[in-house]
Design a protein around this ligand. Structure first.
Ligand code: NAD
Length: 351
């Protein structure tokens, strides 16, 4: 199994180093090859997504990604900025399905902005379509209308194959979990959503074991903070998913804990923590590596068919949290504060 390892910028190399130690400990036949990306890629080649890095990512079975972004590159033209690397990888690799689990470990329930009893034990997966919808639809622009007023417009657009393939990802993920899928749309108002709903209902015929429900996006936004534990898997379009997945991430209270996957049609994927390069703490050895370690577990589960190994990593993380070991971002009085490497070592010991 060939893995392209792209640490990127800021805390990227610190958190990836810990994830690699965990992967190596599993004694699986993993070939890991590292390449520069983001600001680091720009510095060596003048391009945030160097050709050799893209070639490596294309040839690999899965990609483990740290984070990109460095304030020293903020003056560059947009196409040379570090963040372009991730957009380029999504585009070139056809990564159309974004999977974001939001899990609240009992020990961290007090870190959420919501009441602990509302979130304790939460285990939710949001699947967001990543390459279509109003972000990519045309026509779009700003023009002057007949009345002489400036007017901005975008086009919400989904084709049947685009909806069908993300619906399959939703049902297949639900089959691997609690077998409940909630499709979120705005079918009471939008034609795009009506088509979305019709097709999801059609795809559901292939998955009779999965209980399908539908929810309007405004209600979903409300239900996510009212009673988030009602959900197992949510599948939704790019725009709604963008908003709901950020909302869901805050249910857990800590950005340093959340992994993600972006998959193509063959379950090849890019795995990364949802946070960025955290330049404010880079180099200090205090970043939380758990989101990246949990991303590695997702990689084993979704792209490499190593569910048992993924289970082992997730169980080890739970055990470490239960033992009271905490990086500063999840530290509370009465627990044991550690740095990035000590947290990685604690996970290795628990493995
Ligand atoms: P950020 O996620 O990097 O940081 C937000 C806050 O969370 C900071 O205070 C940071 O210290 C903290 N934080 C983030 N990850 C942490 C971790 N693992 N452990 C402990 N604390 C952590 O977001 P930002 O500050 O808005 O952006 C910084 C840079 O990252 C920017 O250049 C941005 O464009 C980039 N970015 C990249 C990605 C990506 O690579 N996919 C995603 C988001 C932001």
């Amino acid at each position: 199994m060939n893995i392209a390892v792209l640490p990127g910028d800021g805390i990227g190399s610190e958190i990836i180093a810990e994830a690699l130690k965990v992967l190596r400990k599993l004694n699986l036949p993993l070939e890991m090859q590292e390449a520069p990306v983001g600001g680091t890629g720009y510095d060596v080649s003048g391009d945030p997504l160097p050709e050799a890095t893209l070639a490596l990512a294309k040839s690999a079975d899965a990609i483990l990604f740290g984070a990109v972004g460095n304030p020293k590159h903020d003056h560059l033209p947009r196409d040379k900025r570090p963040e372009q690397a991730i957009l380029g990888l999504r585009k070139h690799l056809g990564l159309f399905a974004n999977l974001r689990p939001a899990q609240v470990y009992a020990e961290l329930a007090s870190a959420s902005a919501l009441k602990p009893e509302v979130v304790a034990g939460l285990d939710l997966l949001i699947i967001r379509e990543l390459t279509g919808d109003i972000y990519f639809g045309s026509p779009r622009g700003i023009h002057t209308n007949a009345a002489g007023d400036r007017e901005g417009f975008d086009t919400m657009r989904y084709s049947e194959p685009e909806i069908r393939r993300i619906a399959h990802v939703g049902f297949q993920a639900a089959m691997k979990r609690g077998r409940r899928l909630c499709s979120v749309d705005k079918a009471n108002v939008l034609e795009t959503s009506q088509l979305w709903r019709d097709i999801v209902i059609d795809v559901a015929k292939e998955y009779p074991q999965v209980a399908l429900s539908h929810m309007y996006v405004d209600n979903a936004a409300m239900q996510l903070v009212r009673a988030p534990k009602q959900f197992d898997v949510i599948v939704t379009g790019n725009l709604f998913g963008d908003i709901l997945s950020d909302e869901a991430s805050m249910l857990t209270g800590s950005i340093g804990m959340l992994p993600s996957a972006s998959l193509d049609a063959n379950n090849k994927g890019l795995y990364e923590p949802i946070h960025g390069s955290a330049p404010d703490i880079a180099g200090q050895g205090i970043a939380n590596p758990l989101a990246t370690i949990l991303s590695a577990a997702m990689m084993l589960r979704y792209s490499l068919n190593q569910a048992a190994a993924a289970d082992r990593i997730e169980a080890a993380v739970k055990r470490v949290l239960a033992s009271g070991v905490r990086t500063p971002d999840i530290f509370v009085e009465g627990t044991h504060r550690v740095g990035t490497q000590e947290m990685g070592a604690a996970v290795l010991a628990a493995l």
